[in-house]
Design a protein around this ligand. Structure first.
Ligand SMILES: [Mg+2]
Length: 373
């Protein structure tokens, strides 16, 4: 079997000159083969940038567009192809967007392999430990207490028993944060897990430590990205002294960044995004590192049903992969791009058992939101 084409498809709901929210754009990859099998992947990054990294012509031996690295290759040789892509895009890649692009292709290669062997990806990864994974829902803070109560009530009505609040107006003003958390905790009661995501907004470690202490009464399940992820010393200090679990890592790529992050900051929870960290292949290394450093792996995930399916296959095959983020986006790219989107059943997501990734794309929707410059 040979790779015959690599498509990088940029999707976007609002027009290019309008603001775009989380989940309203996406970069989908399709890898075609001479056997007729087509693998699907995605990267949750800047779609135009990832598209350029895949489509670019060859500049020299370490600056190749990924399509050129792959054409004519056997898609089943995933590990060798991952290393080839990494080396041959090294000057523009190695971290960040270059790895985001590899992530999308890696997922598509696993999809092809699963279809070829007639088994779900979690079987190729060594076998599933469970048939469903518990989910949590993320919502961004609204300006008023009532609006926050309404939105969190909607999450609980879906059956979720774990929620996370972050982004929007949250994390800038301690007095406001306190008011929002008080309203949310009152709405959900004491038995629902509540976490917060700061997106690195707290100004430094002493400030973050004071905040963690001030928020103790809310019995938070974890505090996510309290400081920017490059503030390793600050995060280490916080991890050691805060009386709450600290998490982070959704922006990191490759085992190398995760090793530094885990070793130097010792987070309780690490949150790689499978469409950014290096795909399914690299996430396996991150999982083993997390185990080594005693951290729980709870993946980040807030894009299309392709990301959701890839994350589910991965978690199903992890001994301790028992919590997944379930997007609360109303974007058609989440709700409709994958026709057989994995549902939220109560507070769990069922593990898919179809061969490969098992996703079926809505071609009409894909064409409707496709950006063609
Ligand atoms: Mg986050």
């Amino acid at each position: 079997m040979k790779i015959t084409a690599v498509e990088a498809i940029w999707l976007r709901v609002p027009p290019l000159d309008q603001p775009c929210a989380w989940g309203e754009d996406a970069l989908v990859v399709r890898v075609h083969t001479d056997a007729g099998l087509v693998g699907i992947g995605e990267s949750d990054s800047a779609p135009s940038v990832i598209k350029a990294l895949i489509d670019a012509p060859v500049t020299h031996s370490t600056c190749k567009g990924l399509r050129h690295v792959l054409l004519g290759e056997n898609p089943l040789e995933i590990e060798r192809l991952w290393k080839k892509m990494y080396r041959e895009s090294e000057y523009v890649g190695r971290r960040g967007a270059g790895i985001h692009a590899i992530s999308a292709i890696d997922i598509a290669l696993w999809d092809i392999a699963g279809q070829h062997y007639g088994v779900p990806i979690h079987t190729l990864l060594g076998g599933k430990y469970r048939d469903r994974v518990r989910a949590y829902g993320t919502f961004s803070a609204r300006p008023t207490e009532d609006a926050n109560r309404t939105v969190v009530a909607r999450l609980l009505a879906q059956g979720l028993r774990s929620v996370k609040l972050g982004g929007g107006t949250f994390g800038h003003d301690p007095a406001y944060d306190m008011k929002v958390l008080r309203a949310v905790r009152a709405e959900i009661g004491d038995d629902i897990e509540l976490s917060i995501d700061l997106l690195g907004r707290w100004r430094n470690a002493p400030h973050a430590l004071t905040q963690c202490e001030a928020l103790r009464e809310f019995n938070l399940s974890w505090v996510e990205e309290p400081l920017p992820s490059d503030d390793l010393a600050g995060l280490a200090l916080l991890g050691k002294h805060a009386d709450v679990r600290i998490s982070g890592g959704e922006g990191l790529a490759t085992r190398h960044e995760f090793r530094s992050f885990l070793e130097e900051t010792r987070p309780a929870i690490v949150q790689p995004d499978i469409t950014r960290c290096g795909g399914i292949s690299e996430m396996r290394h991150v999982y083993e590192l997390a185990r080594h450093y005693g951290a729980q792996l709870v993946p980040h995930g807030f894009s299309t049903g392709i990301l959701l399916a890839a994350t589910m296959h991965f978690l199903a095959a992890c001994e301790h992969g028992d919590l997944i983020e379930y997007s609360q986006s109303d974007s058609p790219l989440f709700r409709g791009l994958v026709k057989n989107l994995l549902p939220l059943a109560g507070n769990h997501v069922p593990v898919p058992d179809a061969p490969g990734l098992g996703v079926v794309l809505d071609e009409a929707l894909l064409e409707r939101y496709r950006v063609r410059l």
